[in-house]
Ligand binder design. Structure first.
Ligand SMILES: [Zn+2]
Length: 310
């Protein structure tokens, strides 16, 4: 079990430009305090390296990488009403993507069966050419693309259980048949994409699964959608690697959405995914996305890591 983190994650703070922003360094401090009290659940801790430019260019055009870099080098500023990049944010985003890549390399080298990246900013809303929804680079997408382009895999399954639709990841892979992207998310909230009818396009038709759920949805619905809809489709896809966009904002205490999962619910989702991955002999790597009530976030992360490491 490998846990990736980096000090730069704590230096990215959207509150510098957008006061009261919920995506704060305290999120990681809460996670690490909870893990520290529990002996890190026996996980080995590793420092996340910076992603190389080649890695970022697997999913983002050079113009986007340059734009974020120069914005940060010139002191930073808001990108839209809820996305901010400060002076240190480029560095943080490089390590967030680099951690996902390092985790993927380690998993595929057989160094561990499971991994968790506790890094910021999150990534799944970042489109190829647009930072949005608190995200600058799409870390999980960079890792999935790396696994295929450089590490020899043919099929990667990305499970996105953040309460918001992972529009960036969906867009990046929507025309590809080598990445199965499945998202369970609350319908009708940010970013507004992720309709059930959207199943991908071209060669990628059928390789996108969107399962919007209504406000108030609880563990039973989320777990049954995962077990009865997503896992059977993934079973047919025969993934060689499972990556999880692990957001914890479907928790009942989260201020940004209205679902009703408990911390233990995420442990259940992780167990369902891990059990399936065991059958497929595929390693599982989770990448932190959202989760904005810090104590709910910490407890949910602990439950997820405990289930993955079980
Ligand atoms: Zn989210």
């Amino acid at each position: 079990m490998l846990y990736f983190s980096h000090p730069s994650s704590l230096e990215h703070d959207p509150r510098q430009g957008l006061p009261g922003h919920p995506e704060q360094p305290e999120r990681l401090r809460a996670i690490e305090a909870a893990l520290g009290e529990r002996g890190w659940l026996g996980w080995e801790r590793r420092e996340a390296p910076a992603a190389s430019e080649e890695e970022l260019l697997l999913v983002h055009p050079r113009s986007h990488v340059e734009r974020i870099r120069s914005l940060c080098r010139s002191g930073g500023g808001p990108i839209d009403a809820d996305t901010f990049a400060g002076e240190r944010s480029y560095e943080a985003a490089l390590h967030a993507a680099g951690g996902a890549c390092a985790m993927t390399r380690a998993l595929l080298a057989g160094e561990a069966e499971v991994g968790f990246c506790a890094l910021r900013p999150p990534g799944h809303h970042a489109e190829p050419e647009r930072a949005m929804g608190f995200c600058l680079f799409d870390s999980v997408a960079v890792a999935a693309a790396l696994a295929i382009a450089e590490l020899g895999l043919e099929r990667v399954f990305i499970l996105d259980w953040d309460v918001h639709h992972g529009n960036g990841t969906a867009e990046i892979f929507r025309r590809r048949d080598d990445v199965l992207f499945a998202s369970i998310h609350q319908g009708g909230i940010f970013p507004g994409t992720g309709a059930r009818e959207d199943t991908g396009s071209g060669r990628g038709e059928g390789c996108t699964i969107n399962l919007p759920v209504p406000a108030g949805s609880d563990e039973e619905l989320w777990a049954s959608l995962l077990a009865d809809m997503v896992i059977p489709a993934a079973e047919e896809f025969e993934p060689q690697l499972v990556l999880i966009s692990a957001g914890f904002d479907a928790h009942r205490d989260d201020p940004l959405a209205e679902c009703r999962l408990e911390a233990s619910s995420f442990g259940r989702l992780a167990s369902i995914a891990k059990e399936a991955a065991n059958r497929w002999q595929a390693p599982v790597g989770a990448v932190l996305e959202g989760g904005y009530d810090v104590s709910a976030l910490a407890a949910s992360t602990v439950a997820t890591m405990a289930a993955l490491g079980d």
